[in-house]
Design a protein around this ligand. Sequence first.
Ligand code: DMJ
Length: 421
Amino acid sequence: VFSGSIQGATIVDALDSLYIMDMHDEFKAATDWVEKSLDFNVNAEISVFEVNIRFVGGLLSAYYLSGEEVFRKKAVELGEKLLPAFNTPTGIPWALLNIKSGIGRNWPWASGGSSILAEFGTLHLEFMHLSQLSGNPVFAEKVMNIRKVLNRLDKPQGLYPNYLNPNSGQWGQHHVSVGGLGDSFYEYLLKAWLMSDKTDEEGKKMYYDSIQAIESHLIRKSRGGFTYIAEWKGGLLEHKMGHLTCFAGGMFALGADGAPDEKTGHQMELAAEIARTCHESYSRTTLKLGPEAFRFDGGVEAIATRQNEKYFILRPEVIETYMYMWRFTHDPKYRQWGWEAVQALEQYCKVNGGYSGIRDVYASHPSHDDVQQSFFLAETLKYLYLLFSEDDHLPFEHWVFNTEAHPLPVIRKEDVKKPEV
Ligand code: DMJ
């Protein structure tokens, strides 16, 4: 569900999937809708992160794939609307922004008024492209400043806490996660380097240093031999892995090649182990779809033990990891695992008019939540499609996927726009 009142999240999130899947009529209808009805002049308090990854990312991809000017114009227009979020003493943006008044604030539940690592750390790719496409350096400056603030801070055990106060520039609670609240921050460090034609050495260093710390402090092996990524709370480990965390298999695989020579093989192994663990979380359920979070404590392995962690909301991360693993290894098991997921989605999630999330993946019959998240069309279906496509369909040498699976082209060294003087 997209909270806030910019309308059309599902249409905009699905644009590039329609294009990639050759659904020309539907793409044309969606383009017409964007042209006539996509409206940012609304009095709405929006999540800067969600609007960026779904709307800005979706519009940018639609532009780069189709060349239709309307998408470029709309992406830049929306990017400009987001700029007031950065009006804080440190330049670390607010999580929430009223796009009419330009007034921002943070989530009331976030530690001591903090901004969230995975939110302010997941603007980089889109904002670099906004500067590239508009010729206006302001977008790039905003996200480069976030890096500067982060690099000035001490990191506990080399780890990045999920909470950072935008007023004081100090960390909030020392909670660290490669799942919710942390996840795509790490992804964007790696992808910033890849998208810069491997010129962004700072992003590269931040990625490989953080992965090193994550490996030392968060990655563990269960008794049964499953590698998992735990959550870190002020030095104590919670032996729980979220569905969201399963994207890390794909990230480790994508980053393996750029790691120091002696670590490449190791990072690929880690990626394969995470893929296996996440597959296990699916195969240990009744409906063969994975729970929101699964645990490795109290005698269980890869199973949700709390009722409020047993749901499945059509999330993409496990399939995303299969897709990366397939591209890098061509081991047929990844297509087989993807196919198992397709069958379960068809059998248990398909409803009149679309696909629905499920309340409990261990129940013998699905109870539908009656929601089709926009990332189902943007990510889950796109990654499935690519898992069964040839490697030259959106090749990784040319495209980097934003965290909502919107492909953005690598900005070649020679094409970097210099601000006009
Ligand atoms: C998506 O919006 C993005 O993948 C984000 O990074 C995490 N959550 C959802 C999908 O689960």
